[in-house]
Design a protein around this ligand. Structure first.
Ligand code: SF4
Length: 465
């Protein structure tokens, strides 16, 4: 029987769907599977030493950077195991991971690939022989898979992960599932684009509901749907939340939906509210139409404003995310970004880290199609796993670093979001020259901040890529 150690590293405070899904497939095939989540546990060296296959889940940039730091230690503990990295960030960093001794890379719909890898290794008398060493599975699979219910037994318990905090400060244990993967859109800055290339794949409704049932039995009072966009397949998504609400009327949930879909599917927003949706994360990215066009986001600033009002009318909170610092942001543009958040009364709904997020240009990014980006970036930085860039105006890079410090300091001290916003505004307003007398006048004073806004429901872990 093959011994498989599945390692997760960082998944924005959630218990992993990807690891539990792979675990179900491999356990059904007879493998002995152990899980380690290094985001909440210390490394179990004994498990690593006895593993035949060590598989690391890389769904995001931060997890991949942590993996790069951990891989040499894992190899030191076990010289003979086969190493695999799976998940969204594995194929786009295949060359780098290969250099760290990873022998198999699986992205996209990876469960079938991991099962095939296990069979390849199990059928090999000496697991490091030529047959076992070389990958025969596709690096990226977009096969339509018949999923199994994720097997979460052996993962750290849900209370060890980020909770959801309601407006009255009540905390709910949060579970996490996925009803789909990939995305039918091709936003230039998105890491999903180079892997899924405009495709998305659904997880069967009964599998999602069984996964939710198991997590509710394990104490979840809230479920985060981690689909890149819940309304890529609105019929599938709505059938799931209606069934969820019929079975568990007290369970709340949150989803991620792009601005364009919020507008197109506006008639379904009341259904989300009625079925227990607390908030909708939306990747707004910028409040400058020229920047949004470069990112190929498919919405304008006016669309964003409309989406905020539509969600409010449906009694849903929007939790917008931004890429505040791009090579195209100007001092006045950054002030306008802050002013728009205040004007739309969104300060309580924006995690302060969003004021400091800097554009990442990972390997395979569609941003590299733009000649202006090609001219801007340096050589690929293997340690950071990005193409580095500097802003043409060095004061904007300095502002980003200063804002990040203010936000980190505010979070550490437990300051209210309004207080952190005020500090960021004051910092930015005096930081660089804001050209034009109109602009100077417009950003001279802090915009009125509603003191009546209650804290919006939120996950107690800031969204990080
Ligand atoms: S809509 Fe969202 S998930 Fe889809 S490509 Fe754009 S940024 Fe990525």
């Amino acid at each position: 029987m093959l011994n498989v150690a599945i390692i997760t590293l960082y998944e924005t405070g959630h218990q992993s769907f990807g690891a539990a899904s792979v675990g179900a497939w491999l356990r059904q095939a007879g493998a002995c599977v152990s899980y380690q989540d290094l985001a909440v546990q210390a490394l179990n060296e004994a498990q690593i030493k006895t593993a035949d296959l060590i598989a690391l889940h890389l769904p995001m940039h931060t997890a991949t950077r942590i993996a790069a730091a951990v891989l040499p230690r894992l190899r030191q503990l076990n010289q003979t195991a086969h190493f695999c990295c799976f998940g969204l960030y594995a194929p786009i960093n295949a060359e780098y991971l290969g250099g760290l001794g990873v022998q198999t890379i699986l992205g996209g719909e990876f469960e079938e690939g991991l099962l095939a890898l296990c069979r390849r290794l199990d059928g090999s008398p000496q697991r490091l022989d030529e047959f076992a060493r070389f990958q025969t599975e596709p690096t990226i699979s977009l096969n339509r898979q018949q999923f199994l219910t994720p097997d979460r037994s052996g993962l750290p318990p849900l209370p060890q992960y980020a909770a959801v905090e309601l407006s009255d400060k009540t905390r709910l244990t949060a579970g996490y599932t996925e009803a789909s993967r990939g995305c039918k859109h091709l936003c230039r800055h998105c890491p999903i684009t180079p892997v899924y290339k405009g495709a998305f794949r659904v997880v069967q409704k009964e599998v999602v509901l069984a996964d939710i049932r198991n997590q509710v039995a394990a104490g979840a009072g809230h479920i985060t749907f981690g689909d890149p966009d819940f309304f890529n397949g609105p019929g599938h998504a709505l059938a799931i939340v209606q069934a969820l609400h019929a079975e568990f009327p007290d369970i709340t949930y949150d989803v991620t939906i792009k601005v364009e879909h919020l507008l197109q599917q506006r008639r379904h927003l009341p259904t989300l509210a009625k079925t227990g949706c607390l908030f909708v994360t939306s990747a707004v990215e910028a409040v400058d139409d020229a920047i949004l066009a470069r990112l190929d986001k498919g919405h304008t600033t006016a669309d964003f404003t409309e989406a905020v009002h539509l969600l409010r009318a449906a009694k849903l909170h929007m939790s917008p995310t931004f890429v505040a610092f791009t090579p195209w942001i100007t001092p006045a543009g950054y002030m306008e970004f802050l002013r728009t958040i205040a004007q739309l009364d969104l300060i309580e709904q924006v995690a302060p880290i969003q004021y400091a997020i800097r554009l990442l240009i990972p390997a395979g990014s569609r941003l590299l199609e733009l000649t202006e980006v090609q001219a801007l970036v340096g050589e690929f930085d293997e340690a950071a796993l990005v193409y580095p860039w500097r802003h043409p105006d060095p004061s904007m890079d300095a502002l980003q670093e200063a804002v990040l410090k203010v936000v980190q300091n505010g979070d550490e001290r437990g300051l209210a979001r309004t207080e952190i916003f005020t500090q960021v505004w004051q910092l930015a307003a005096q930081f660089g020259p804001i050209h034009g007398s109109n602009a100077k006048h417009r950003y001279a004073k802090l915009p009125p901040i509603s003191l009546h806004s209650k804290p919006a429901p939120r996950l107690l872990e800031n969204w990080y890529c």
